[in-house]
Design a protein around this ligand. Structure first.
Ligand SMILES: [Fe+2]
Ligand SMILES: [Fe+2]
Length: 140
């Protein structure tokens, strides 16, 4: 998957972290595509999991401070993603053959969908409550 300006939502730290998540999913995709050893796939999955946890904690703290009314729903989506990652890791551990491409694809689409819908929604809230400066992505 490729980073595109369509995914840019704050022009700052959050975009930087999302970029990092895209990179981590790509690293996983690559490990799978080259059908490297299960350990490597598992390690890249672990990196993605840790990175996601850091990113989700950043967002949740920010939304808590802003009293974001839909924080609980947002938190639930984050938690489900982490659970999905853990379940993939468990399946890999059990020798889950053929998990690879579908897994990387699922994670990529989840991320794009989450950024475009749920993360964009909190950015709109933060802006409307003046907690985030206005930002215009390039080309708009
Ligand atoms: Fe989020
Ligand atoms: Fe996010």
């Amino acid at each position: 998957m490729q980073w595109s300006d369509m995914l840019a939502i704050d022009g700052g730290a959050i975009d930087g972290q999302h970029h990092g998540l895209v990179d981590a999913i790509n690293a996983l995709h690559e490990a799978v595509a080259q059908s490297r050893e299960a350990e490597l796939v598992e390690a890249t999955l672990g990196t993605l999991e840790r990175y996601s946890e850091v990113h989700f904690a950043t967002e949740e703290l920010m939304l808590e401070e802003a009293s974001y009314p839909r924080l609980e729903q947002h938190r639930r989506q984050h938690r489900q993603f982490i659970e999905q990652l853990q379940s993939f890791r468990g399946q890999l551990g059990d020798g889950g053959a053929g998990l690879g491409h579908g897994m990387a694809q699922f994670l990529g689409s989840w991320l794009v969908n989450h950024i475009m819908v749920s993360d964009k929604a909190y950015v709109a809230f933060l802006r409307s409550s003046c907690k985030l400066p206005a930002y215009r992505p390039k080309g708009s």
